[in-house]
Design a protein around this ligand. Sequence first.
Ligand code: SAH
Length: 223
Amino acid sequence: MHKNQEYMLNTIRQEAKFTASYTGREAFDERVMQAMQRVNRKAFVSADNKDLAFENSPLPIGHGQTISQPYMVALMTDLVDVKPESVVMEIGTGSGYQAAVLSQLVRQVYTVEKIPELAESARQRLKILGYENIEVRCGSGYHGWKEKAPFDAIIVTAAATHIPQSLVDQLKPGARMVIPIGLPQMYQELMLVAKGKGGTTHTDAVMSVSFVPLVMGDNEEKQ
Ligand code: SAH
């Protein structure tokens, strides 16, 4: 079968059915699927991986990092339940793909990337492709982005050992965060953190996942 965007969407739909018992959703929101349809993943993968762009698998993007599996991008986007007026933060820009998908659904995306070369290439790519509601910052996302906080949703696309309090603090009441938590270089649990209207948080484990580590400096780990 010719691998195209439609093929990618079908694999996401199938995988969503297989994982429904964990995620509690048989299918993702139609708006999320439309965003996945509109953003061309091929434009975010490296030249030697173009043939694999629509496969449901992560792919290397250099510097030991990966663009996430399309299903995982759709799942994380679905879990945070964004609205057209939402302001969202992503930690771990990588290729810029997840940010581009989010940008289709919300007012503004702020995304933070630690590796300068990746931050710069994502910024250029997003500009050339015409995504105007995404701002990329180079730096550690462990402390979030205080100047732009609070957020309606936060998506962390790298695995942390614990839920950083600074990120919880930057969620609005009623907002959600998805973050993989566990041992680096192993499997983690994708956690859904929901901040109630009163400010208390409720955390649920959604399913096992495997992400590259969220790099934390010495000072950051102690917090
Ligand atoms: N969301 C990306 C894939 C992310 S891979 C995409 O759609 O392509 C995880 C990314 O997190 C990597 O690019 C890695 O460099 C970055 N990262 C790791 N630790 C980080 C930190 N503390 N702050 C910001 N980015 C970090």
